[in-house]
Design a protein around this ligand. Structure first.
Ligand code: PRT
Ligand code: MG
Length: 205
């Protein structure tokens, strides 16, 4: 049996992915939430779990250093990697990618948009035929709209609480987001049996 490596990002994707794995009787030898280790063995034959930053998952899969990854559709769309196959929509860590701003803001030409998704944002506004400028930020996007550093933001929304508590609202929906299971193209050729067996196992429920 060849070893297989699965990258998962710490945080909400890890929390929901561990629940999904546990439902199918797959568990790490030590809980990743209680350890500083970055690689974990599991009780499932040949499976090892690698802990990475969410936005780094595509790079690890692209390189082939890691076979499988669980990654948000937002992160996948923003990255320009293509050395992977999509395997399953795991329907975990679901949220919405939206344009948001202060009350009654509309989409207008030449808006300045703050976001951690510059590529996605440019593509979306281009598809609407609305020119915009993009300001790349790394966190707390809401603040940019509140302080008028930007006219609007492109960010993820789950409950809507963060927008509401900062006096912002959705202007329009860009996409529905869930986490996907992806595989490096050559890993899938070399380890097809192991990987298909794993997919069958986590799709059982
Ligand atoms: O935190 P770090 O910088 O290490 O990485 P990260 O921020 O990319 O990781 P993490 O764990 O925060 O998010 C990883 C992935 O989780 C994202 O790429 C999405 O696919 C998914 N996800 C699902 C979310 C949310 N829901 C979500 N609500 N990611 C972020 N949020 C944030 C959002 O950005 C906003 O600040 O939660 C806030 C809004 O939540 P509500 O409930 O107030 O609407
Ligand atoms: Mg975060």
């Amino acid at each position: 049996m060849k070893k297989i490596f699965l990258a998962i990002s710490k945080g909400r994707i890890m929390d929901e992915a561990l629940i999904l794995l546990k439902k199918n009787n797959i568990e790490c030898d030590i809980s990743p939430n209680k350890s500083r280790k970055l690689i974990f063995k599991t009780n499932y034959e040949n499976l090892n779990i690698i802990v990475v930053r969410a936005s780094d998952v595509p790079m690890y899969i692209e390189s082939g250093k890691v076979d499988l990854g669980i990654v948000g559709k937002d992160t996948l769309l923003e990255s320009n990697v293509d050395n992977y196959f999509f395997l399953r929509d795991l329907k975990i860590a679901s949220c919405k990618l939206v344009v948001a701003g202060k009350k009654n803001k509309k989409l207008v030409s030449n808006m300045k948009i703050a976001t951690k998704y510059p590529n996605l944002t440019q593509e979306f506004f281009l598809s609407k035929g609305i020119p915009c400028s993009v300001l790349k930020l790394y966190g707390s996007m809401e603040l940019a709209a509140v302080l008028n550093l930007s006219d609007a933001i492109v960010d993820l929304v789950d409950t809507g609480k963060t927008l509401k508590e900062n006096g912002l609202e959705k202007i329009c929906l860009i996409d529905n987001i869930t986490s996907h299971l992806i595989v490096n193209k050559s890993s899938y050729k070399i380890k097809k049996n192991e990987i298909n067996k794993f997919i069958t196992r986590i799709s059982a429920q």
